[in-house]
Design a binder for this molecule. Structure first.
Ligand code: NAD
Length: 284
């Protein structure tokens, strides 16, 4: 029987993780990025990650080689023409995603499914670029994709039940727990729950109620979360948090999601989190 082939669009952080995961689970994967340099850089990163697993004796050298042999890289979208499911993980920009979806719609077989890993954009708006809106959905992985257990499968306005069930099955084959998000909504479930917590945590600090350290400690010990809201913002990028708040604020037109001033101040000072060596905390 022919093996399932998965297309992955974008060889950045998330695309690499998703491609690696597919390859680890024995799927044939075609990984695309804009040019050969980007896509081979992505492949090298996957290889380096698998080497670490070999070192830690999680997989053997032979298994690593087999996993890598499951991945084919390309910078030509046409090479994805026989793929039955594509997962897109390129920049978080609606026009750019729509442009790629439009091209994929012309290249793929009519029955193929195109999923997007977007964290915040409307699935319906992305799907509108195609003539197959019932076969477009969100498939939201978390970072790092090979490790994090959850996948949110998100319906656009016209996504069919069949598409949802194929993607739920795919997530399962990838060793994930999938949940269905029944309506296209800002932040889906996880970010919708998490964002108000970030905002409340920042407001507590702004009001002088507690320090970031104590808020983090309270949340970790009182709610049994592995990371506090300030640690998590620094880990994910403080600027990403602001970007998502601004998006929610704009969509809901509600002060509930107004980005706190302390957050803007931090970003203007170039403190974007771990990636810049400082955010709510100092790392250097
Ligand atoms: P990244 O910056 O690591 O990778 C983005 C990729 O997009 C790169 O491979 C880049 O070459 C490609 N790209 C850039 N401009 C392009 C263009 N004009 N046309 C085609 N490709 C282009 O980003 P990432 O963190 O992997 O995020 C990718 C997607 O996954 C985004 O939609 C993001 O919201 C979502 N996401 C990210 C995370 C996360 O924690 N990083 C988690 C869940 C979902």
């Amino acid at each position: 029987m022919e093996k399932f082939t998965l297309g992955v669009i974008g060889a950045g952080t998330m695309g690499n993780g998703i491609a690696q995961l597919g390859a680890q689970k024995g799927m044939k994967v075609i990984l695309w990025d804009m040019n050969e340099e980007l896509v081979s850089k992505g492949f090298d990163r996957i290889s380096a990650t698998l080497s670490k697993l070999v070192k830690r004796e999680k997989i053997t050298d032979a298994q690593k080689e087999e996993m890598l042999s499951n991945i084919k890289t390309t910078s030509k979208l046409e090479d994805l023409q026989n793929v039955s499911v594509v997962i897109e993980a390129i920049v978080e920009n609606l026009e750019v995603k729509q442009d790629v979806f439009r091209q994929l719609d012309n290249i793929l077989a009519p029955e193929a499914i195109i999923a997007t890993n977007t964290s915040s954009l409307s699935i319906t708006s992305i799907a509108e670029a195609t003539g197959r809106q019932e076969r477009v959905a969100g498939m939201h992985f978390f970072n790092p994709a090979p490790v994090m257990k959850l996948v949110e499968v998100v319906r656009g306005y016209k996504t069919s039940d069949e598409t949802v069930s194929t993607l739920m099955d795919l997530a399962k084959q990838m060793g994930k727990e999938a949940i269905e998000v029944k309506k296209d909504t800002p932040g889906f479930i996880v970010n919708r729950v998490m964002l108000p917590q970030f905002i409340e945590a920042i407001r507590l600090v702004e009001e002088g109620v507690a320090s970031p350290e104590d808020v983090d400690k309270a949340v970790k010990l009182g709610l049994n979360y592995p990371m506090g809201p300030f640690e998590l913002q620094d880990f994910a990028g403080v600027d990403i948090g602001l970007h998502v708040m601004e998006y929610f604020h704009d969509e809901y037109k509600s002060e509930r999601y107004a980005p706190p001033m302390a957050l803007k101040r931090l970003i203007r000072a170039g403190r974007l989190g771990r990636k810049t060596g400082a955010g709510w905390y100092d790392y250097e």
